[in-house]
Design a protein around this ligand. Structure first.
Ligand code: 5CA
Ligand code: ZN
Length: 409
């Protein structure tokens, strides 16, 4: 699949700091020191509805990770998937009486537009589940042939007991895992499974559902976790720097994905850090396509809201926190954007050298965007109150906000 156009990231004087980030697996902060090319996999959308503020907040967090790395003069190798065949997508297509392929294409196209408008950096490899199937089948065969997977009435399940490290991404109790498995696409109560938590790797063709040639697996379609593993291993290999997604992907998705990859390769860990963004809520409940309590990026754009203000609204919350979307959050962002634009539109101002360092320090500190925004606020307030004589300052402030926060002033 093609991704979306990249917005330019201005180079800043000097060099940024290495990123310290919270790693779910170890439960603490790790300092990431990637090689010259940092490697990141971020789980993409299941394209059955438009991008909402929750999605946008999660992609914003991983965009910042990349901006911090770019500022350390590294390159970034970024891979993202599109879950363009899965139960929720097929169910929505049936509910609405539309073709599932067309639905996925339409919503993916809209997602690209939203990401472009929000100045999110595009992945170098943007891969759909369907196009990954030829790579998924041999992985499932290998797992089965090595005894790490088994057949049940034509379906193939991964045996979580095959991975000695299973459980070390989420560190959840078995009880919680079982509960979340039932809630998030698993089938812990299906009779005949070796372990109730075992996830499906390959689902045998069902009447009325799309299916693909699975070689020795028979016709069918891939499970959700192996999709991301196949794409990540193909394009990044093991031991990549960051596996990213929202906190609702910690279990089962990232736990299972890590176990699949570790069992396939015999290497540990799959990723150096498992990084998870908090959940955005609306009216007290997690914003979700299944609940339907959604604020769409595309709707705000159609209503004339500046995408830079949407991005600033996302940035006003720390990525790991759960937070609530309200009209006030957006209103505050619109006003802040106005103050910042006024500050950089003057021919000179107070020096922005310290501001650049403050932004670097805040972002490298587990993406502390509220502190970063407060630093720009202070510079803009000083500009408004006293001005200054540094004629390179407005340009530097503007480039720093663009490069590090993805906001075009
Ligand atoms: N296709 C899979 C990942 S392989 C998937 O989870 N798709 S999704 O469309 O449901 O979600 C896309 C991303 O948005 C995931 O990282 C998910 O954790 C995140 N996300 C979904 N809802 C919210 C929310 N309310 N707040 C923050 N992030 C969210
Ligand atoms: Zn995924």
């Amino acid at each position: 699949m093609h991704a979306w156009p990249a917005s330019e990231v201005p180079a800043l004087p000097g060099k940024g700091r290495d990123l310290r980030i919270h790693d779910t697996a170890t439960g603490g902060r790790v300092t990431l020191a990637p090689g010259p090319v940092a490697r990141i996999y971020v789980c993409g959308i299941t394209p059955y509805d438009a991008t909402h503020m929750g999605h946008a907040a999660t992609y914003n967090a991983f965009d910042l990770v990349q901006r911090v790395w770019l500022d350390t003069k590294r390159q970034v190798h970024y891979v993202q998937n599109v879950t363009d065949v899965d139960d929720p997508l097929l169910e929505r297509a049936i509910r609405d009486g539309v073709d599932w392929v067309g639905l996925a294409e339409r919503e993916t196209a809209l997602f690209r537009e939203d990401m472009t408008a929000l100045r999110m950096l595009p992945p170098q490899h943007y891969i759909g589940a369907v196009e990954a199937i030829p790579g998924i089948v041999p992985l499932v065969e290998r797992l089965r042939d090595s005894g790490a997977a088994y057949e049940l009435e034509g379906d193939v399940y991964f045996s979580v007991d095959a991975d000695p490290h299973f459980g070390q991404v989420s560190n959840y109790t078995t009880e919680l895992m079982r509960h979340l498995s039932a809630e998030r696409g698993g089938d812990p109560d299906r009779p005949g499974k070796k372990n109730p938590l075992d996830p499906m790797l390959w689902m045998a063709a069902r009447e009325g559902e799309p299916s693909w040639d699975g070689a020795s697996l028979g016709a069918g379609r891939p499970g959700w976790h192996i999709e991301c593993v196949a794409i990540a291993l193909d394009h990044l290999g093991m031991g990549f720097d960051v596996q990213g997604g929202g906190s609702d992907l910690i279990f089962p998705h990232h736990e299972m994905g890590a176990s699949h990859a570790q069992t396939l390769t015999g290497e540990f860990p799959m990723a150096k850090a498992y990084v998870h963004a908090g959940m955005v809520a609306l009216d007290g409940e997690k914003m979700s396509k299944s609940r339907g309590n959604l604020v769409f990026v595309s709707k705000l754009r159609r209503d004339g809201v500046d995408p830079a203000a949407i991005r600033l609204a996302l940035l006003s919350h720390r990525y790991r926190d759960d937070w609530e979307w309200t009209d006030q959050v957006l209103q505050d962002a619109v006003e802040r954007l106005g103050r910042w634009r006024a500050a950089v539109s003057r021919p000179d101002g107070p020096s922005a050298d310290a501001l650049v360092e403050e932004l670097r320090e805040a972002l490298s500190d587990d993406l502390d965007t509220p502190t970063a925004l407060a630093a720009v606020d202070r510079w803009a307030a000083l500009q408004a109150a006293e001005g200054g004589t540094d004629d390179s300052a407005p340009g530097l402030a503007s480039r720093a906000v663009d490069a590090l926060l993805g906001v075009a002033l």
